[in-house]
Design a protein around this ligand. Structure first.
Ligand code: GLU
Length: 484
């Protein structure tokens, strides 16, 4: 490519950033960075029925959180703005006039009811093929009559007959469409506002976009767009249509499916790390070859290539994402994991207000104890509930351990140690346990498993010394007394 690469993510601002949109944006971003190009974020808000004003900020926030910095958009401007379609209406009008003048478009006076009737007739006769073209050749008298009735026209593109439209898609490779199946489509509604298919080509042209990356659901729009580029004598960009993302059960992802988390905002709220989410999304359809699955953003930029984007659908695997996020959390600085965890502990009511230094240390130890086990930060609440709840739930295995004969001896001895202990710190606790071993003669599993079961209600768990410290002297002593 001799022109610098210019790519765009062009969401309709109908809500939060969805995983599918995030993937398009990420692929755009990676290619733009790799080739020193520009990543444009443009808002396609001409469908006012689906529009949500907060959608613009929601989308940008999602991209921002993922670290996908854009070069041009509504907030920072750029040389080809405005970057929001409703602010570009006069621009579309110029191109619309051009199409009307050279006969590639015409006014259509059909009402919703007319079109409905046409569809019913087509259905009855078994021929399905879009708009019939009824208004293609209206006489001036017919136009005058429609206008006298007060009808406002929409504008349709005149689809040429018998054309084969070929696309050399960067992902799908060769794709062809016959123009005969398309039917003249609406490019501006009766209120003059352009439809997506028309506005998108005007914008992509004027914004000098030379590669259009988007989801496969738009593939059938592409022949329509190519015909309009041709009618206006404009150069046609390259296209890359990304295959669907499927649910874990290999069905088409529906936004209503709650078994997977689909919105980037939810990942942020649950305490995922953006770099893990980026890594995961990059692998939804792309693979660099080889076994490695963990990539920094810089590595992705250096390696990402459309040649290795698959034509077949990607399957969204929540377990893999959780595995990956855990891998990133394990390596993250503890202070960062603490920062992510604190809001969840607050929300659960486990901690309140400002934390003094001792409380800070305690929370840091608590998060440190669980850092390797957490899949995302919100899990800290469940993983650490034994340190906050007064009553202890003893699971079956632990209950079995607690029935063993040596247990009361061990627990009584440990209680004595705890009561006498001056310091109950992570450093001091091993000496207390050692003393129990000396006094009772029980060691290893008999010693540690009894104490762990009695105090945590489970036979397995994280580091015992830290767990005891986190429970604190009072809670340990009272749990022991209760059991004895
Ligand atoms: N506004 C369209 C959407 O949100 C963008 C399609 C395109 O990238 O051309 O699906």
């Amino acid at each position: 490519m001799n022109q610098p690469l210019r790519v765009r993510y062009a969401p309709s601002p109908t809500g939060h950033l969805h995983i599918g949109g995030a993937r398009t944006a990420l692929f755009d971003y990676l290619l733009a960075r790799r080739h020193g190009g520009a990543f444009v974020v443009r808002f396609e808000d001409t469908d006012q029925t689906r529009h949500k004003e907060s959608g613009i900020e929601d989308q940008l926030n999602g991209l921002r959180w993922l670290g996908l910095e854009w070069d041009e958009s509504v907030d920072i401007g750029g040389p080809y703005g405005p970057y929001r379609q409703m602010e570009r209406l006069d621009i579309y009008q110029t191109y619309l006039d051009q199409l009307l003048q050279n006969g590639h478009a015409y006014h259509c006076y059909c009402s919703e009811a007319d079109l409905e009737q046409e569809r019913a007739e087509q259905e009855a006769s078994g021929e399905m093929g879009g708009y019939s073209g009824k208004c293609r050749h209206l006489t001036p008298e017919q136009v005058a009559a429609h206008q006298a009735e007060g009808r406002k026209p929409s504008t349709r593109f005149r689809v040429p007959a018998d054309r084969m439209i070929e696309i050399e898609d960067k992902v799908r490779e060769h794709v062809e469409f016959e123009s005969n199946g398309i039917g003249d489509f609406i490019i501006a509604r009766t209120d003059g506002i352009p439809t997506y298919n028309f506005a998108v080509i005007v914008d992509d042209h004027l914004m000098k976009i030379n590669l259009v990356i988007r989801g496969e659901e738009h593939l059938s729009n592409t022949p329509r767009q190519i015909l309009m580029y041709e009618a206006l004598g404009l150069p046609i960009p390259d296209f890359a249509h990304l295959a669907l993302i499927l649910n874990p059960d290999r069905k088409k992802m529906s936004k209503r499916d709650e078994s997977i988390i689909q919105f980037i905002e939810q990942y942020r709220e649950l305490g995922y790390l953006p770099e893990a989410v980026v890594n995961f999304i990059a692998l939804l359809g792309w693979s660099p070859g080889g076994e490695e699955e963990i990539f920094t953003k810089e590595e992705l930029i250096a390696q990402f290539d459309l040649d290795r984007v698959s034509k077949s659908p990607a399957v969204f695997d929540m377990d893999k994402l959780n595995w990956m996020n855990n891998a990133y959390l394990k390596k993250a600085p503890l202070t960062r994991v603490v920062e992510l965890s604190v809001p969840h502990l607050q929300k659960a009511g486990y901690i309140q207000g400002d934390l003094d230094e001792a409380a800070q240390d305690w929370i840091t130890a608590l998060v440190g104890l669980n850092q390797d086990r957490m899949r995302y930060a919100a899990e800290i609440v469940e993983l650490s509930s034994i340190f906050f709840k007064d009553e202890l739930v003893i699971d079956e295995e632990a209950a079995a351990v607690l029935k063993e004969e040596h247990v009361p001896v061990v627990l009584a001895s440990f209680l004595t140690q705890v009561e006498q202990a001056e310091a109950f710190t992570v450093e001091a606790i091993p000496a207390l346990l050692k003393q129990v071993q000396k006094d009772t003669g029980f060691k290893g599993k008999q010693l540690f498993m009894s104490i762990r079961s009695a105090l945590t209600g489970q036979v397995h768990g994280p580091d015992l010394n830290v767990s005891l410290y986190l429970l604190g002297k009072e809670k340990v002593a009272s749990r022991l007394r209760n059991l004895l």
